[in-house]
Design a protein around this ligand. Structure first.
Ligand code: IFM
Length: 450
């Protein structure tokens, strides 16, 4: 018998999250496929290639893994450029593919949560530049981008509504905006705050259009975005510029989109606009949480006058990308309560190819989610990022987030210990002291003192 255990409410969703471009492979008609052709954009000039070969059918075996290890939900995304390969063309076979996948989730007793936009756009949304570079102009800077997104959403929802009730319109609009138009690490690679504000307005409008289309087609649907929450604290709390900057960045990153979808006013940095149709357009809040940052004021306008770092004593993931700060997920949930909606943790995880930190990270973060649930805060589910190692954007194959390891060459999957741990958690609908003793003994006294 376990000496102690903590439990989550009945009906809690336990899943993993994936995204189309990261797992499908063979995407040749979207922004990231053009981006990877550009020298220096992706670490080691790596390519997504076959990714996890979901397009070739390996989603079946991976979803079998999810179901066999006790998961009861899966968050996935669909690829706009496959469904609408050209402005005037719909590919019904792509819709059939996603329908089969969503049906496959039901057959495996996995509740699907579907993301309509996860960082990729079709190439036709852009005009090539004079040198033939595919991402010359356009994209989300186009005035008609929200309406075009709406047309795709209508087509996708019509095709999939028999299988999906939980919809995420846009994954991490704050990260997408920051990467594409502020730090330039994502396509189209710009560093232009004014244009970023136009893009942000278009994303908010696009979400609002998608929200109303989904509800028109499926009144009982639940719709939200997946918000990447990060706390930005001053690196030197005694230094006013660090404090002011941390505050400005926190507000823009966390409140920008989320407040716009609550009250119809978008405020980012020193820009503000009204988008009234966006007010009240979330039925639930998706929270993606990985880590928090410290902010140091610098004199570098290109980096928005800031340098980000982690606390000196923080436990870091192998490539130093994530600091293990479990209380941050509790704070993120607490922060999200202001929107007065049910919540899902739509992503949380750590890159850890050797699986040394992940078991501890997983237990500690879930312990904090359990604390939140104990305040009767309405957290309805948890989706671990990710099921299997996948293409990690500009960091490609150097960061491994999967419960299963992927050999990209052979497509062989190898189960990590964390997959066993997560299976025990899902089956128990909770965490026992025996699990902690077995998978992360170091934190036992902290979690179960006495
Ligand atoms: O892999 C990404 C995902 O696409 C969006 N959220 C963060 C993950 C890990 O970096």
């Amino acid at each position: 018998m376990p000496r102690a255990s903590i439990h989550f409410p009945a009906g809690f969703l336990w899943g993993t999250a994936t995204a189309a471009h990261q797992v499908e492979g063979r995407n040749t008609n979207n922004t990231w496929s053009a981006w990877e052709q550009q020298p220096g954009r992706i670490v080691d000039s790596a390519k997504a290639g076959l990714a996890c070969d979901w397009w070739g059918g390996r989603w079946k075996e991976d979803l079998d893994r999810a179901a066999e290890t006790g998961q009861n939900a899966h968050r996935f995304s669909i690829e706009w450029s496959r469904i609408q390969p050209a402005p005037d063309r719909w590919d019904e076979s792509a819709l059939d593919f996603y329908r089969e996948m969503a049906r496959g989730m039901h057959e495996r007793k996995l509740t699907p949560m579907l993301t309509l936009h996860h960082f990729t756009d079709p190439l036709w949304l852009f005009e090539p530049d004079a040198n033939g570079y595919a991402l010359g102009t356009g994209g989300w800077e186009r005035d008609d981008a929200p309406e075009l997104f709406g047309r795709y959403v209508r087509k996708a929802v019509c095709a999939l509504k028999d299988y999906v009730n939980l919809w995420i319109t846009i994954n991490e609009p704050n990260v997408f905006l920051n990467g594409g138009w502020l730090n330039g690490g994502f396509p189209p690679g710009k560093n232009d705050p004014k244009t970023a504000f136009k893009v942000a307005s278009n994303l908010v409008k696009a979400h609002a259009i998608a929200y109303s289309i989904i509800h028109e087609l499926q009144p009982e649907a639940q719709v939200g975005i997946a918000h990447h929450h990060r706390t930005f604290s001053p690196a030197r709390p005694w230094f006013l510029p660090d404090r002011i900057l941390a505050d400005v960045i926190f507000r823009s990153f966390n409140h920008g989109f989320m407040d716009a979808l609550a009250n119809g006013t978008l405020k980012l940095l020193n820009w503000k606009t009204r988008i009234p149709e966006a007010a009240g357009t979330q039925d639930f809040i998706g929270v993606n949480y990985y880590s928090n940052d410290l902010v140091t004021f610098t004199l570098d306008p290109k980096r928005l006058f800031m340098k980000l770092s982690f606390p000196k004593d923080a436990e870091l993931s192998p490539t130093g990308f994530i600091a293990n700060i479990p209380e941050g997920i509790f704070q993120a949930v607490k922060w999200a309560l202001r929107y007065n909606k049910p919540l899902y943790i739509t992503e949380n995880g750590v890159e850890d190819s050797e699986d040394t930190l992940r078991p501890q990270y997983l237990i500690e973060h879930l312990f904090q989610v359990w604390r939140a649930v104990n305040f009767t805060w309405p957290v309805r589910g948890y989706f671990h990022w990710s099921l299997v190692d996948n293409f990690e954007w500009e960091r490609a194959w150097t960061q491994r987030f999967g419960l299963w390891e992927l050999d990209v060459e052979t497509q062989k999957r190898t189960r990590r210990r964390s997959a066993d741990l997560y299976a025990e958690i899902c089956r128990e609908n909770g965490i026992t002291s025996a699990m902690v003793e077995k998978y992360a003994p170091k934190i036992y006294p902290k979690l179960f003192p006495g």
